[in-house]
Design a protein. Structure first.
Length: 322
């Protein structure tokens, strides 16, 4: 069995039925991103590899929990032994905290504006991280936008200051203002992820009304100047209507600027419910383009300390999913 092929097929499916012994301690719940407000997800692992699958009773994938994290995956006639991983918050090995679980923007692919989530207090966030400190190696922070971008950034900076006493690397992914990278660097943040989301400005405008694609590019370039290579990331959703050629152009534009692309298969929720997920064949094709572009740009995703590239659950990651 080649892990990359299996993971591509699982990501194309996107979900799993969880049967067998009770598995509540292995269920990760999201208040940000496409999984916000859903039934949760599980991380299935084989040795050093892992994949995150949303829980769905209608999935063609079945994961049977045998107890104590031991599990078997049944898919396309295969039976594969592995383990369920216990999350810190949101993902294994990290406390991945959503500061504000609501958003004033209405990106079509995102469930957050529809969930009515609240903003966590500093005390609440500190207690959350403290409760999992013995099983995490990093803290990651993301957020919606409660009122405006600048106010959200100010509150996230308070959160970072509150969490600095844990002496763990902190990664941050928020919607940025022009000076956001400078302020995050000043507060000791280790890595940043500012998400382009779409491969072209036209698709971005259609998906994210009211947000500025050009600002994101400027902020990413400034971030590389401040944080260096292998410390700056950007999500690109695969499946928003872009061609492979458009996606490759975007990938290479990022890697030549020192940014590691995070290629996220579309989860068809919110305004895109009913849209098809990208196929396993397309994900594998894009993986090879991604791998070559990273190599030519001198970038190494395996050096990521925080956030999605370190977790590797939701995406095919060159250097990790080989």
């Amino acid at each position: 069995m080649q892990w990359r092929d299996l993971k591509a097929r699982l990501l194309a499916a996107g979900s799993a039925r969880v049967t067998g012994e009770p598995a509540e301690q292995y269920i990760a719940r999201s208040t940000a991103g496409p999984g916000a407000g859903g039934s949760g997800a599980v991380f299935f692992s084989i040795e050093n590899h892992r994949v995150k699958l949303a829980i769905s009773p209608l999935s063609p994938v079945e994961i049977t929990h045998l107890g104590n994290g031991a599990a078997e995956l049944f898919f396309e006639g295969q039976r594969i032994s592995g383990n369920l991983l216990e999350p810190g918050f949101h993902c294994p090995d990290q406390a991945f905290i959503t500061v504000t679980g609501s958003c004033v923007f209405s990106c079509r692919y995102c469930s957050v504006p529809h969930t009515g989530g609240k903003r966590k207090t500093l005390k609440e966030i500190f207690r959350m991280v403290k409760s999992v400190r013995n099983r995490i190696h990093a803290i990651s922070v993301t957020s919606g936008v409660l009122s405006d971008i600048e106010e959200e950034e100010s509150y996230v900076l308070e959160v970072i200051q509150c969490l600095s006493s844990f002496n763990l690397p902190i990664g941050v992914s928020i919607y940025p203002a022009p000076m956001t990278p400078d302020r995050l660097k000043e507060y000791g943040v280790a890595e940043v992820k500012f998400n382009l989301e779409a491969a072209t400005p036209e698709i971005f405008s259609a998906m994210c009304p009211g947000l500025d694609y050009g600002t994101l590019w400027n902020v990413l370039e400034r971030s590389v100047q401040l944080f260096g290579k292998n410390r700056v990331f950007s999500n690109i959703i695969v499946g928003l209507g872009e061609t492979d050629e458009e996606l490759e152009t975007c990938i290479r534009k990022l890697t030549t600027r020192g940014v590691i692309p995070v290629l996220r298969p579309l989860s068809p929720v919110a305004g895109l419910a009913g849209t098809s997920r990208p196929s396993a064949e397309r994900l594998k094709k894009i993986f090879e383009i991604h791998k070559q572009a990273l190599s030519e740009g001198g970038l190494d995703p395996s050096k990521a300390m925080t956030m999605c590239t370190n977790c590797q659950g939701c995406d095919l990651v060159p250097g990790r999913d080989e």
